[in-house]
Design a protein around this ligand. Sequence first.
Ligand code: KG4
Ligand code: ZN
Length: 357
Amino acid sequence: MKILGIESSCDECAAAVVEDGQRILSSVVATQIPFHAVYNGVVPEIASRKHTEWIYGVVKEALDKAGLGPGDVDGVAATAHPGLLGSLLVGLSFAKAFAWARGLPFIAVNHMLAHLYASRLLNDNMEPASSVPADRADVPYPFLGLLVSGGHSIICRVDDFDDITVLGTTIDDAVGEAFDKVSKHYGFGYPGGAVIDKLARSGNSEAFRFPMPKLDKGEHHYDFSYSGLKTAVINQLEQFRVANGGEKAAAGMEQANIAASFQKTAVEILLRSLFRAAEDTGLKTIVAGGGVAANSYLRARLAEQQDLRCIFPPLDLCGDNGAMIAGIGYQYLVRGERSPLSVTASARVGGFKRRYP
Ligand code: KG4
Ligand code: ZN
């Protein structure tokens, strides 16, 4: 069964064809990063306009690369939430129209659940660097999920592809958002995560000691926070300005050291809650997803945990892509679920169960 997946929740215009929920036949991601980089962040109006311009071409390319015509797919899936409303509407409307015109089953999916699904995809048709151990695709439930993107950060118990219970989440900024904001203030570039990750490689992560939030009590046992860290790192910038005679903000090694020290603290904040959840639930398998799952320090720290099995999507499936949408869409469709064409987009993640310790 071949499913066309369409993703347009933020600044990637993406479409893919996935067979039987696992095998990627094609995956096209048209990034809008150059259009937003000049503003140091995503401009919603530009994003939705670019999606409108590109969606037809991106879907066509995904079908062409899979060697399929529009009549050869068995269903259509699209992201309906969460994300930027105007951007979501473009992909969702296109997907609904495509499904309606061809009389195909249609399913609207949650972007965060799709990120969690990404590690189940096998991309043997893509870059060799993305090849993955086959056992990654069949991780048995339950396990712990670590969902880390630009807008959301969730530690959850996962009982099925669409059944998660949120154990912990951020009480303020998402982890990717903290990377983006620090990068913006230091002028490192956009989006911040990948830039800081690269810069940090030549830096000393012990150069600066930034605060870890104290959120270990009561209902916040697995929650975390990034606003304190973000503020401390941005305040450091002022000190650089003063030290450098009000001129240059931070230069050379200062930049690399800031990046490394910030990245280390940001990841340790996440891991403290994650390890606590693993300990308390007894769940020893962790599946990560979302843009921040590409972070090299996070991947290295989890890889060194002897008592945990940590599964990451390949790098090209951590960020937004259509394959994860097609993959999870297949799971709903084989279960017989369909979305009405009246379904609409929503900016909010909504609807997840929450369990307090
Ligand atoms: O999942 P995603 O592509 O889009 C959303 O659903 O938000 O995640 C984007 C986020 C951005 O905040 C970006 O800075 C971050 O993922 N990111 C990273 C890395 N690559 C992307 N954060 C840390 N390290 C990375 N290597
Ligand atoms: Zn995402």
